[in-house]
Design a protein around this ligand. Structure first.
Ligand SMILES: Nc1nc2c(ncn2[C@@H]2O[C@H](COP(=O)(O)OP(=O)(O)O)[C@@H](O)[C@H]2O)c(=O)[nH]1
Ligand SMILES: [Mg+2]
Length: 362
């Protein structure tokens, strides 16, 4: 990241007035000897000092004159920390993918990422590998070497991080969807996701959670979702299963994306604080409305729960402290807990019932 310091009155005045600005290195230090970089609009900077309108408060003329030596030394020290307070990099996208024994889906994963119509230089990737006994980690290392060192420059990602954290959580694949295993399994996933975003997120503006086992999403999807300009937004994740007579049928995979209903709220009102809710089990009817339950004219709907298969999040949501609850928050954990927590903090959570992606059959 470009080093940035000495945020001057010009910058703050422009921000105050809602004007755009550009960061530019000044040839010389400022009059007080401190400012080496400034925020400017356009190419005509620096203006003459005398051009500062006299109606601006004195403090806007630079702090040099009013400061003690000690204050000046403290402010000079800000130069070193300024990069950490910088605005997020415009349009930058961090794709986060937790993976566990995901080797057989990785070729498809990269084929889909490669097709994304989004400037490659603005995409960063970060993976968290846990508890894997297959070639997931080796394959990721090989792919990083290819993309970042050997492939043509236009295929290079801005960053490509691979983290490893084992939780020593073993669950047979067949048991993965047993209801009584869900709370512990989803808490493990929440830990993995928190570990990943807290390590990987730098100055990016957008975070995109993509599971490692998706079968299809459209190349335009990033721009399409961003265009809605929501804090959190998900498409409708389907799965294609073969029916008895050999025909294929699409159905909603991700029952984690839902809206509360009067019936579900009535159920919640009767729950104990320690009761955990999870979707997709006949033994537990939650009465929520899923993404396949909306009429054609409702192309975007507010949600109260989301899944993590493909979830676009404004990075400021995570930065503000909203992650994936590993404890029960309003009877939910992980991604649905995240949606509830985001909403409780004033962020908007939305879904697109008629914008489809597809999960592999499992
Ligand atoms: N790092 C990490 N990734 C995991 C863990 N469990 C699942 N994953 C990954 O998280 C994503 C979603 O998990 P998956 O088992 O497919 O969930 P499902 O689609 O809801 O059944 C996939 O990319 C998995 O490889 C875990 O414990 N740690
Ligand atoms: Mg999956």
């Amino acid at each position: 990241m470009e080093k940035m310091a000495g945020i001057t009155e010009t910058y703050s005045a422009r921000v105050r007035r809602g004007l755009p600005f550009r960061r530019q290195r000044t040839p010389d230090a400022g009059a007080d000897g401190a400012a080496k970089y400034i925020e400017v609009l356009g190419h005509d900077y620096p203006p003459q000092a005398a051009a500062m309108p006299s109606w601006l408060p004195k403090t806007a003329h630079g702090h040099g004159a009013q400061l003690t030596n000690e204050s000046r030394a403290i402010l000079a020290n800000n130069d070193d920390v300024a990069p950490y307070t910088a605005e997020p990099d415009a349009d930058s996208l961090l794709i986060l993918t937790p993976v566990k024994n995901n080797a057989k889906h990785l070729a498809r994963y990269f084929a889909l990422v490669d097709k994304l119509k989004y400037p490659r230089s603005r995409i960063s990737l970060a993976f968290l590998v846990s508890d894997s006994t297959d070639r997931t980690q080796q394959m990721l290392l090989e792919s990083r070497r290819w993309y970042q060192e050997q492939a043509p420059a236009e295929l290079r990602f801005r960053r490509f991080e691979i983290y490893r954290q084992d939780f020593f959580y073993a669950l047979a694949r067949k048991q993965r969807h047993l209801r009584e295993k869900q709370q512990e399994r989803r808490i493990m996933m929440a830990r993995a996701r928190n570990y990943l975003w807290t390590r990987a997120l730098q100055g990016e503006q957008w975070v995109l959670w993509i599971d490692g086992d998706l079968d299809y999403y459209p190349p335009n999807i990033v721009r399409d979702l961003m265009a809605h300009d929501k804090d959190v937004i998900v498409p409708n994740c389907l799965v294609r299963r073969r029916q008895v007579r050999g025909r294929w049928k699409h159905s909603v995979y991700d029952r984690n994306a839902w809206q509360e209903t009067p019936e579900s709220l009535a159920l919640i009102a009767r729950l104990k604080e320690t009761d955990f809710l999870v979707e997709g089990y006949k033994s537990l009817k939650t009465h929520r409305r899923y993404l396949d339950g909306f009429p054609k004219n409702e192309t975007i709907v507010p949600l109260d729960g989301v899944g993590g298969t493909f979830t676009l999040v404004k990075a400021r949501v995570h930065r503000s402290g909203v992650g994936f609850p590993t404890w029960l928050f309003q009877h939910q954990v992980e991604t649905e807990g995240f949606a509830k927590l985001a909403k409780a903090n004033g962020f908007g959570v939305f879904g697109l019932p008629y914008y489809y992606i597809r999960h592999v059959v499992d």
